[in-house]
Ligand binder design. Structure first.
Ligand code: NAD
Length: 398
């Protein structure tokens, strides 16, 4: 497959560029374009999902892939995984334009990185798409358990959402301990959950098991009905009311940008901690939350249960296991539960550094990944990734 490596002179003009190691543009079919960005491989192969969505133009898709791949470097570092950060995007409507052939072409695109990029599900892609990708490359994770069973690691595969919820639950408990100095627990608390989809519902159930009252909002009536059925102590409010309800914790579990100029003003909570990616509409919203005396648990730290889950599956599948993790489900679950300790460490460091929690998490992540060296400088990694660009790529034409 032909691809173009975008050269740094072009990339440097893009706001979201952050010295990414490689960014490639692929023609996946006559009318479908995709991008893969590898932000940083100092800690290991760059793991990050494949998103398919409509973008206004290629510029918007490039912006997204640069931003998301950088985010994965920070997330994987703070999750304690020997993985770097990368991401792929496909420009198109997943409900109307996705085909097996396009996903197989994405598999070839992933393979062109020779193991430096590993893909998984993201919004607009699912398990069946990872199966199509796996026909062209082994650098894919998040495969269906039944596909992995023959290799005796089926118990590591499957839907990561329950693990994301479990990590959030432990992160929330750690935040409560920190905020209230061990004086309160979930049994006397109310949690407002925005979005009771795959993660929000599972999280609500875990919190309710500990006695918390749940206030939930969703734009999907079926999901709300399911939440009412599965959680007894639940109150439902309208989607735009969830920001202003009186609660102890606000858990954004819907889309990005939930915390912005308008919504932060409305919040009547002590803690914000939830699964959604990119909760802060802008970086300065971190500081706005501090001003309102709201403790913010950085999103990419508390929602890393899913990537730990697919990471373990990848380690088992690839036999790349530099930290000698015990690659059994129980150990993976324990790793996810460890998100609680990571949250405590960040909240404590933020206090010591007198910095907002988001900025502190970024600093701690950078302390972890900036010291390493990138995969393409190191042939001892799972595959010699110094072949970046050796698969017939053409240099950037734009
Ligand atoms: P999902 O699509 O299953 O659930 C999202 C829910 O939010 C849906 O029920 C949807 O109707 C609802 N929603 C959308 N807009 C809303 C609005 N304005 N107000 C109220 N509800 C709204 O997605 P998910 O897998 O549960 O993921 C939730 C969030 O967590 C996303 O931001 C996702 O990127 C992030 N996340 C998920 C995982 C995972 O393992 N699934 C891992 C990391 C991060």
């Amino acid at each position: 497959m032909n691809f173009n490596d975008l050269n740094p002179e072009i990339l440097e003009k893009l706001e979201a560029y952050d010295e990414h190691e490689h960014v490639r543009r692929f023609q996946l079919s006559d009318d479908i374009i995709g991008f893969i960005a590898v932000h940083n491989t100092n800690l290991g192969p760059a793991l990050g999902g494949c998103r398919m969505t409509t973008y206004a133009d290629e510029g918007e898709a490039m912006h997204d892939v640069l931003r998301l791949s950088r985010g994965m470097t920070y997330k994987n570092a703070m999750a304690g995984l020997p993985l770097g950060g990368g991401k792929s995007v496909i420009i198109g409507n997943p409900f109307e334009q996705k085909t097996e052939a396009i996903m197989e072409a994405m598999g070839e695109a992933v393979e062109s990185f020779g193991g430096a990029y590993v893909t998984a599900e993201d919004s607009g892609t699912g398990e069946e798409d990872m199966v199509a990708i796996s026909r062209q490359t082994s650098h894919v994770t998040g495969l269906p358990p039944e596909m992995l069973e023959g290799n005796k690691y089926g118990e590591l595969g499957g839907n990561p959402s329950p693990l994301t919820a479990l990590g959030c639950y432990h992160g929330i408990r750690a935040a409560i301990k920190h905020r209230y100095n061990n004086q309160r627990d979930l049994s006397d608390m109310t949690v407002a959950i925005q979005g009771v989809g795959a993660v929000g519902l599972a999280l609500g159930k875990l919190l309710a098991q500990d006695g918390a009252k749940i206030i939930a909002a969703d734009i999907n009536k079926d999901n709300l009905a399911l939440a009412q059925k599965e959680i007894s102590n639940i109150e439902i409010v309208k989607a735009d009311e969830i920001f202003s309800v009186k609660a102890d914790i606000f858990a954004p579990c819907a889309m990005g940008g939930a915390l912005n100029d308008d919504t932060i003003d409305m919040l009547k909570v002590d803690i914000v901690a939830g699964a959604a990616n990119n909760q802060l509409a802008n970086e300065y919203h971190d500081k706005m939350l501090v001003k309102k005396d709201i403790l913010y648990v950085p999103d990419y730290v508390i929602n890393s249960g899913g990537v730990i889950c697919v990471g373990y599956e990848y380690f088992r599948n690839s036999q790349f296991n530099p930290q000698d993790f015990d690659l059994e489900r129980g150990s993976m679950v324990a790793h996810v539960e460890g998100i609680g300790k990571t949250v405590t460490d960040i909240l404590t460091a933020a206090q010591e550094r007198s910095l907002p929690t988001g900025e502190t998490a970024d600093q701690l992540a950078e302390e972890k990944f900036l010291s390493g060296k990138k995969l393409s400088d190191d042939n001892s990694n799972p595959e010699d990734s110094s072949n970046f660009g050796s698969n017939g790529g053409t240099q950037m034409v734009q």
